[in-house]
Design a protein around this ligand. Structure first.
Ligand code: GLN
Length: 304
């Protein structure tokens, strides 16, 4: 398959549709980006990159970082993590509180905010310098790229993180959070505010397409079994209350963020990052989802 040709033709088809959404503005700093940006980068298992559009523009990875931190924690904790976080789709918005209360402080999955707060809490207990550990992890996974967090975005989120603070306190009341809530907020907003471009993002998840092996560090990040599980979780839980629709329309393992990025993985073949900042009402990037829908449905590239 000529991936370059394929991504260019799908990209042009989506660009013509003039699909619109809305920039995330509950973190005010995120509403300052150019709403027209649209980029894509596919990396195959050999590390060949195929890119088009604004693929070199860095953006806020937001919730996509939940998959990075999960990987870091999972490689050490494995099964123990699932005592603290469940593996079921939530069917609810990413920042939902009620479900956590009904389910006795065990988040539905690691890709909604409550689950990611538990994962970040576990990561803080594993590393004396958690922010630096995340930084080094991503640096290795992108082949040495020095990605950093956008301070203004992080501060903007910290200023309006009342809901995430509420989730964290609720977790603490159920004894499912061990670190200080403000310190947790600092680390959580740090990884959400990391900025990467499509090429860096696609590279950082190539290990999921490569049975857990990272070609940049030449390291087995997760064994095959754990890699399968992360891919399965991304397929079933990566898009909040739109996860079913993503599986239905796209059929890849994936994860979105309110910064406009989506990462998707076809195990055994490639990882692909797509960026378009305007979001639908579920908080998922409109053009990026449409791109992946056409890529998989019209081009026949999918898990199924
Ligand atoms: N930092 C954002 C939050 O916690 C991430 C949400 C997202 O990308 N869905 O609200």
């Amino acid at each position: 398959m000529n991936y370059q040709q394929v991504i260019e033709s799908v990209f042009e088809a989506v660009a013509k549709e003039n699909l619109r959404g809305k920039l995330a503005d509950y973190i005010p700093e995120l509403a300052r980006v150019n709403h027209e940006l649209f980029g894509v980068c596919l990396v195959d298992r050999q590390g060949n990159t195929y890119q088009y559009g604004d693929s070199q523009t860095a953006f806020s990875i937001q919730s996509i970082s939940k998959a990075h931190t999960l990987t870091m924690v999972y490689s050490d904790l494995a099964a123990d993590l699932w005592k603290r976080v469940n593996v079921e789709p939530s069917g609810n918005p990413f920042n939902n509180l009620a479900q956590l209360e009904y389910e006795n402080g065990i988040p539905r999955n690691p890709f909604i905010n409550s689950g990611a707060l538990v994962t970040t809490d576990a990561l803080m207990s594993m590393h004396a310098e958690p922010k630096e550990a995340i930084h080094q992890f991503i640096k290795g996974m992108t082949g040495g790229e020095d990605v950093s967090a956008n301070k203004a975005v992080q501060e903007s989120e910290l200023e309006c993180a009342d809901r995430n603070r509420a989730v964290a306190h609720l977790l603490k009341s159920y004894n499912n959070l061990h670190n200080d809530v403000e310190e947790l907020m600092e680390v959580y907003t740090y990884h959400c505010a990391l900025e990467m471009n499509c090429e860096q993002l696609a590279k950082s998840f190539l290990y999921l397409a490569n049975h857990g092996h990272c070609i940049y560090t030449n390291r087995q990040v997760l064994d095959r079994g754990l890699t399968k599980r992360i891919n399965a979780l991304m397929l079933t839980c990566g898009f909040y209350d739109e996860a079913g629709e993503f599986a239905f329309k796209v059929g890849l393992a994936g994860k979105s963020g309110v910064g406009g990025g989506v990462i998707a993985v076809l195990p055994g073949e490639f990882s692909i990052a797509v960026y378009s900042p305007e979001l639908n009402e579920k908080g998922n990037p409109v053009k990026a989802l449409r791109f992946l829908e056409l890529l998989t449905t019209d081009m026949g590239i999918s898990l199924f």
